[in-house]
Design a protein around this ligand. Structure first.
Ligand code: NAD
Ligand code: 0WE
Length: 271
């Protein structure tokens, strides 16, 4: 029981497909008590039964990261109820759906600022608010995607925000390192979640990743969950400022072999 007696907050659980739920399950199975924050009232009816399905004590808190008062109140509530905590998971991203297509250079200033606010600033804000209540030996984790490092069609403004998020991980790691707290990110391969639904061609993207990845398959939210457990537990006590890819190796390939290329052409024809 790696997380026996440990407590922490998971932000960004929307439904049973959420990566945050995969992480919550892994941590709870390892013995952690979990506070779950959800974006708004409408999500509560979905989130409540999921919280109740976990093996350990849970607490539910509404937290909309577009409102700084809501974020402050969330950490205040946790501090009052639990005192100190051991981990925070940030699994939140948002960009205007209409701008997750077309040219990135056509991004509006409004969408630039909002995407950065929800997907990047909220992480720094969570680190700041958590800082006074994080135990020494604690850890913070966020979720990112390869579209930060390399061009991925249609990821657009999200790719820019994830690049800033990954830089934020390194700077927050230096800040919180002073109090013995580690800060890392998992760069997950594509997973069918609410945030991936309605993305044009997502099915094709999954197929592309499946064929191109060294392990010739996609990843699950449970596999992201077990890496999250490693990064939030003492198993990774010397790892900080790191971005770990949980993507079946996809990020490590620049060009696939001719058989895979031929398979890909055949498979994509079928769509
Ligand atoms: P999801 O839709 O289940 O989770 C996204 C969460 O963000 C939701 O719970 C939503 O309520 C929350 N959110 C959005 N705006 C918010 C706001 N203003 N205040 C509070 N919460 C807000 O989808 P997911 O795929 O599990 O996404 C979780 C994280 O994983 C995101 O950071 C995403 O970028 C990242 N990620 C996803 C994939 C993928 O393919 N699904 C791959 C790599 C990284
Ligand atoms: O980070 C993400 C999802 C980001 C996301 C998704 C949505 C859809 C609904 C942010 N904002 C919104 N806004 C909405 O209104 N992923 C890593 C999954 C993802 O999204 C893509 C991808 C991949 C992979 C979008 C385009 C191309 C690839």
């Amino acid at each position: 029981m790696l997380m026996e007696g440990k407590k922490g907050l998971i932000m960004g659980l929307a439904n049973d497909h959420s990566i945050a739920f995969g992480i919550a399950k892994a941590l709870s199975e390892a013995g952690a008590q979990i506070a779950i924050s959800y974006q708004n009232e409408a999500l509560l009816k979905r989130v409540k039964p999921l919280a109740e399905s976990l093996e350990t004590e849970t607490m539910l808190i509404e937290c909309n990261v577009s409102d700084s008062v809501s974020v402050e109140n969330c950490f205040k509530t946790i501090g009052e109820k639990w005192g100190k905590i051991d981990f925070v998971v940030h699994a939140i991203a948002f960009s205007d759906k209409d701008q997750l297509k077309g040219r990135t250079i056509d991004t509006t200033l409004d969408n630039f600022l909002n995407t950065m606010h929800i997907s990047c600033y909220s992480f720094l804000e969570a680190c700041r608010c958590a800082s006074p209540i994080l135990n020494e030996g604690g850890a913070v984790l966020t979720l990112t995607y390869l579209g930060s490092e390399k061009y991925v069609p249609n990821y657009n403004m999200m790719g820019i925000a994830k690049a800033a998020l990954e830089a934020s991980v390194r700077y927050a790691a230096a800040d919180l390192g002073a109090q013995g707290v580690r800060v890392n990110a998992i760069s997950a391969g594509p997973i069918r979640t609410l945030a991936a639904s309605g993305i044009g061609d997502f099915k094709k993207m999954l197929k592309y990743n499946e064929i191109a990845a060294p392990l010739s398959r996609n990843v699950t939210k449970e596999e992201v969950g077990s890496m999250a457990l490693a990064l939030l537990s003492p198993l990774s006590s010397a790892v900080t400022g790191e971005v770990v890819h949980v993507d079946a190796g996809f990020h490590s390939v620049a060009m696939f072999n001719l058989k895979k290329s031929a398979d890909l052409v055949e498979t994509l024809k079928e769509f």
